[in-house]
Design a binder for this molecule. Structure first.
Ligand SMILES: [Zn+2]
Length: 353
């Protein structure tokens, strides 16, 4: 993966990532034109700092033409879709190619109206090669051995050989997972849904009644009535998608097949926390989109893959599909952030297996 965000040598040359402006109305700008799996989009979230910082709205734009290089800058244009009815919907973005080592790379975004009237302009400093950063708290039921990593070369499969953990799998999608301290939770015979929701309230140290880039995963043993579910997403008391559970009695083991199953389950459930739907149920989104049952994605159930699960595992490259990558990196903030908008259409957990 010479093109990966993990390649430290190349990292400094990659323009893609997250930039931020300061001031009363500030912008988090995400540029996605090079680096690992670029999707040629620019997106951003606006915040207003008045006392405490408040989220205002988001935009997303395709990049219209191939970027130009002029006087040491990469320049490109686009037309945005906003969360509000915006008059200045065109953008011109300028990014320094080779900034001085002592200063952060700068990106400037100029908003314009259709007739070229200048709107807001934001000077943003480079912050990270990741598009979004999430704090990850993984609490573990006493006596259960949580998943650590899976080496994709251990079984026949698609994609390059590599060792994947939760952090690495999300890093490949451009999302940084920062692991927070973990709690051990007293063992329990079987967990009921209601108990799991209360458990999240009690043990998820970072939980707040607001949208935030913080997610909880509980490594549990058994669900009530041995439902056979590998995991489930959890809503908070008032807000959706704040955490999830994985059940190790269904996926336990240290053999490659078990580790692969654990990896899939952890990433799949966390994917729901980012508001991703199952590949065969994408049409339930509002507004609706096409189902993609053949998608080679973490959100595809191997057993529902049209050619069967063994074909799925042969071809799966251990990644989200392109549309999901766009959602994770550039979706409007409240459609993606944990505790944001309610799951599109209905509660995801009700049809999870
Ligand atoms: Zn699911």
């Amino acid at each position: 993966m010479g093109n990966s965000v993990f390649n430290k040598k190349r990292r400094g040359k990659i323009l893609s990532g997250r930039y931020r402006s300061s001031g009363k109305l500030s912008l988090e700008l995400r540029v996605d034109i090079d680096g690992y799996r670029p999707v040629n989009k620019v997106s951003g979230d606006f915040f207003i700092a008045r006392g405490k910082t408040r989220y205002v709205g988001s935009f997303i734009s395709d990049i219209a033409k191939k970027p130009k290089i002029k006087s040491g800058n990469v320049i490109f244009e686009g037309k945005c879709k906003f969360t509000w009815n915006a008059q200045f919907s065109k953008i011109q973005v300028k990014i320094q190619r080779n900034p001085k080592k002592s200063t952060p790379r700068k990106a400037t975004i100029q908003f314009l109206s259709e007739d070229g009237t200048l709107g807001g302009k934001y000077d943003c400093n480079f912050e990270s090669n990741y598009f979004r950063t999430v704090q990850y708290e993984q609490d573990v039921e006493e006596g259960v051995k949580p998943f650590e990593s899976y080496d994709t070369s251990s079984l026949e499969g698609g994609g390059p050989d590599r060792r994947l953990s939760v952090e690495v799998a999300f890093a490949e999608a451009g999302i940084e997972f920062q692991r927070m301290p973990s709690n051990i939770i007293t063992s329990h015979r079987e967990w009921e849904d209601e108990e799991l929701r209360n458990l999240m309230k009690e043990h998820f140290s970072l939980l707040k009644d607001k949208p935030q880039w913080k997610v909880w995963l509980f490594v549990a043993d058994k669900q009530e009535r041995g439902s056979g579910r590998r995991g489930t997403m959890l809503n908070g008391e008032k807000r959706p998608r704040q955490g999830c559970v994985v059940f190790h009695n269904v996926i336990r083991g240290s053999k490659p097949v078990a580790l692969r199953e654990q990896l899939w389950t952890y990433i799949h459930e966390l994917g729901h926390c980012f508001n991703l739907l199952h590949s065969h149920q994408k049409a339930r989104a509002d507004p609706t989109i096409m189902n993609r049952p053949s998608a080679l994605s973490w959100m595809t159930f191997p057993e529902y893959y049209p050619d069967g699960s063994s074909e799925y595992w042969k071809k799966f490259t251990f990644q989200f599909d392109d549309e999901e990558i766009i959602h994770l990196r550039h979706g409007f903030r409240n459609d993606v952030i944990m505790g944001g908008n309610d799951c599109i259409g209905y509660k995801l957990e009700s049809f999870d297996v």
